[in-house]
Design a protein around this ligand. Structure first.
Ligand code: ATP
Ligand code: MG
Length: 447
C-alpha cells in the first residue's frame, strides 16, 4: 500500500477521552473512531489488525478440529426464555422489539442459539464429538464502557461450543480449547496465563480465564511467578491425543494462578513467599465446562450406544478478539507509539523514502516494494512529500515492526537501512538482503 493512497487519519495530539495507552494509541494511529459510547468504527489500519487476529484464531481453532460457522447477531427472546436466561441476564442485554412486537435481543453470547441448532440436527452419539464456533459481534450494554475496544458495548468475540456424550469427552474438549488458546495468544506475541475463575452468569463447574498481565487490567490476579516461565512454543500437538492435551492443561494450570473471585489466601500461602505475586490482568479469553446446564432444559440430547437418550455435555469457550488489540498494545508500546508483534502487524514493513521525487530514490523504493510483495509480504510505502522526521514519527506511531529507509546517500553505495521498531537497531544492507532478511523473519511467524 502506498501511504498517499491509503486512509490513515493519524492524530497529532493526544485525545483527551483516552486514559490508557492502548486507547490513546489506537485513536492516534487512526485505527478506530468512536461511533457511540462503547461502539467503534474500525478504520482501515485497525480493521487490518482485527482481521489478522481473527485469522490466527480461525487457523488455530480449525487446527484443533473445531468447525467454523456463523450465527446472527439478532436473536429471538423465546430461546432465551427456554433456558431461563432472558430474565436472568439483566440490563447488559440489549432488548429490541420488531415491528410485530416480537421480543428480540442483540446476542451477548450464543449458548441458546447453538443448542437450538444442535437439537434440530443431531440425534445420535455417532455424530459426536462436535465443536462448532463462530467469530461474531456481540452486544453487552456495559454500565461503564471504557478503555476503547477493551470494554466496548459492541465487541467481536470468538465463541465456540462443544457437544459431547460424556463428561470425560467434554473435558477433553475443554483441554483442546485451553491448548489452542495458548497457541493463538503466543502467535500474537502475547503471554496469557490461564487462571482459575468464577463462572458467573454462564454457569458451570470448570472454568479458566486467560489473563494478560498489565497494570491497566481490570482484573485483580494472584499467581505463582513461576507460571510466567511456561511456554507452549513450537511443540507438536495432536489434538486427538487425550493424554497429551490433558498433560499440557495440567502443566499450565498446576501452579497457583487465580482471579480475585476464586483467590484463596490459605492456598496462596503455600506458594513460596518470593514467588507470590498480586497484579492486574486483562481477560482475553475464558473456557467453561458446564455439563448439561443448557442441554437439559432445552432438550439437546442424543441416543447413546445403549439406545437410551441422554442430554449432551457442553462447554463454551470465548476469545475477546477486539479486546485483544487493546491487550496487545498495552503489552507492546513505548512513548513513541505501538510496537506490533510480527504475528499481528497490519503491514509487515514500512518503506520510508527520504527524498520523494528523486529519481533514484523513487526507483529504489518501487523495486523494494515489488520484491517484498513477490515474497508474500505487505509493505506500507510512505511516498508522501514530507520531511523525514514526520515520516519516522508516523511509522513509529503505527508501530510496524520493521522499517526500510531509502535515501540518496545510501543508494550511492548501494545500501538501504533496515530498522527494528522494538530495539531501534539499524543495519545497512543491500535492498536484496533486506528483503531476504524480512522474508526469513516472517517465515518464522507463520502458524
Ligand atoms: P468481563 O469479565 O471482562 O466483563 P466476561 O467474563 O463477561 O468479560 P466472557 O463472557 O467470558 O466475558 O466473554 C469472552 C471474552 O470476550 C472475554 O474473555 C473478553 O476477552 C471478551 N469480552 C467480554 N466482554 C467484553 C467487552 N465488553 N468488550 C470487549 N471484549 C469483551
Ligand atoms: Mg469471562
Amino acid at each position: 500500500m502506498r501511504l498517499s493512497r491509503y486512509f490513515l487519519p493519524v492524530l497529532k495530539e493526544d485525545p483527551s477521552e483516552a486514559s490508557i495507552a492502548s486507547h490513546r494509541l489506537m485513536l492516534r494511529a487512526g485505527m478506530i473512531k468512536q461511533a457511540a459510547a462503547g461502539i467503534y468504527s474500525w478504520l482501515p489500519l485497525g480493521f487490518k489488525v482485527l482481521k489478522r487476529i481473527e485469522q490466527i484464531v480461525h487457523e488455530e481453532q480449525q487446527r484443533a478440529g473445531h468447525i467454523p460457522m456463523l450465527m446472527p447477531t439478532l436473536q429471538s427472546a423465546d430461546l432465551w426464555r427456554e433456558s431461563g436466561r432472558y430474565d436472568d441476564y439483566g440490563d447488559e442485554m440489549l432488548r429490541i422489539k420488531d415491528r410485530h412486537g416480537r421480543d428480540m435481543l442483540y446476542g451477548p453470547t450464543n449458548e441458546e442459539l447453538i443448542t437450538d441448532i444442535f437439537r434440530a440436527h443431531v440425534n445420535s452419539y455417532k455424530d459426536l464429538p462436535l465443536t462448532l464456533y463462530h467469530i461474531q459481534w456481540k452486544f453487552r450494554d456495559e454500565v461503564r464502557p471504557r478503555f476503547g475496544v477493551m470494554r466496548g458495548r459492541e465487541f467481536l468475540m470468538k465463541d465456540g461450543y462443544n457437544f459431547d456424550l460424556t463428561k470425560e469427552d467434554a473435558l477433553h474438549a475443554y483441554n483442546r480449547h485451553l491448548v489452542s488458546y495458548i497457541r493463538s495468544y503466543e502467535r500474537m506475541g502475547l503471554q496469557a496465563i490461564p487462571m482459575r475463575a468464577d463462572s458467573g452468569p454462564i454457569g458451570g463447574d470448570d472454568t479458566h480465564e486467560f489473563l494478560v498481565l498489565a497494570e491497566t487490567g481490570e482484573s485483580e490476579v494472584f499467581y505463582d511467578s513461576a507460571v510466567t516461565d511456561i511456554r507452549l512454543g513450537a511443540r507438536d500437538i495432536d489434538y486427538d491425543d487425550v493424554a497429551q492435551c490433558r498433560g499440557v492443561m495440567e502443566e499450565f494450570t498446576a501452579l497457583y494462578a487465580r482471579t480475585d473471585e476464586t483467590h484463596d489466601e490459605t492456598v496462596f500461602a503455600q506458594v513460596p513467599q518470593d514467588r507470590r505475586r498480586s497484579a492486574r490482568g486483562i481477560e482475553v479469553g475464558q473456557i467453561f465446562y458446564f455439563g448439561t446446564k443448557y442441554s437439559d432444559p432445552m432438550g439437546a440430547s442424543v441416543v447413546g450406544p445403549d439406545g437410551t437418550r441422554t442430554p449432551v455435555h457442553m462447554g463454551s469457550h470465548g476469545i475477546g478478539v477486539s479486546r485483544l488489540l487493546g491487550a496487545i498494545i498495552e503489552a507492546n508500546h513505548d512513548e513513541r507509539g505501538i510496537i506490533w508483534p510480527e504475528g499481528v502487524t497490519p503491514f509487515h514493513v514500512g518503506i520510508v523514502n527520504l527524498k520523494q521525487g528523486d529519481d533514484q530514490a523513487d526507483a529504489a523504493c518501487d523495486m523494494l516494494y515489488s520484491a517484498l510483495v513477490a515474497k508474500g509480504l505487505e509493505p506500507l510505502y510512505d511516498d508522501r512529500e514530507e520531511r523525514a522526521g514526520g515520516k519516522f514519527a508516523t511509522m513509529d506511531l503505527i508501530g510496524l515492526p520493521w522499517r526500510i529507509t531509502v535515501g540518496p546517500r545510501g543508494l550511492k553505495t548501494g545500501v538501504v537501512e533496515l530498522t527494528s521498531r522494538r530495539t531501534g537497531e539499524s543495519v545497512e544492507m543491500t535492498p536484496e538482503a533486506a528483503v531476504a532478511r524480512l522474508a526469513e523473519i516472517y517465515a518464522q511467524t507463520q502458524g
